[in-house]
Write a protein that binds this ligand. Sequence first.
Ligand code: CTP
Ligand code: CA
Length: 221
Amino acid sequence: AVFDERPKPLAGKRAVITSGPTHEAIDPVRYIANRSSGRQGHAIAAALAKLGADVTLVSGPVAIADPEGVSTVHVESARDMLAAVEAALPADIAVMVAAVSDWRATDSTVQKMKKKPGEAPLPLQLTENPDILKTIGHHAQRPHLVIGFAAETQDVATYAADKLTRKGADLIVANDVSKDGVMGGSRNQVMLVTQETTEVWPDMDKTHVADKLANWIAGRL
Ligand code: CTP
Ligand code: CA
């Protein structure tokens, strides 16, 4: 093996990351989901591990490989994702990148739903999912650094600042998902919002965003 001599500023630090979408079952064959690929969250998990952190990645269903040097836990629903994140505490760093489904089907059926000839389709009743970032931001075992993302299509800075306060986060990384190709794509253009400062980063590869964010985290710990 090649001897890696890069400095390890996050050695001895524990990090928990969420990534990807969640799948919320409607019946055994159908679910509610979104366009998240997991690329940004997985890249952040890998970047923190490269800086020496002990990383647990809690991933929703994605088509990409588990990152190297990271312990990956696979989940489907928002409720399972929250349980896996809490099981990874205590941690020094939490980065909640997952595009958690805001709602789940109120009652998922055990049997596949069937069309009934001549009958109107049943309305889909939804229940709000737990907010994982907000739970961790106000947790008895709150990590020292709690970071969230914000997917917005308008008024990015305003909504990000609101999420920062409401969810008890130290940093919100906001991205404008109205831009084509951000959600599910390989590039990202983000704005970092803390209580004190707002910083805009240029458009770059998601792996580059991840490396810069890992350095930002190392500088803050
Ligand atoms: N988040 C979470 N659990 C949820 C919803 C969101 O942990 N049930 C986290 C996301 O991982 C992200 C942050 O909260 O870090 C913001 O997610 P976003 O979808 O932008 O915000 P919401 O609070 O869901 O508000 P809305 O979708 O209405 O803008
Ligand atoms: Ca949401």
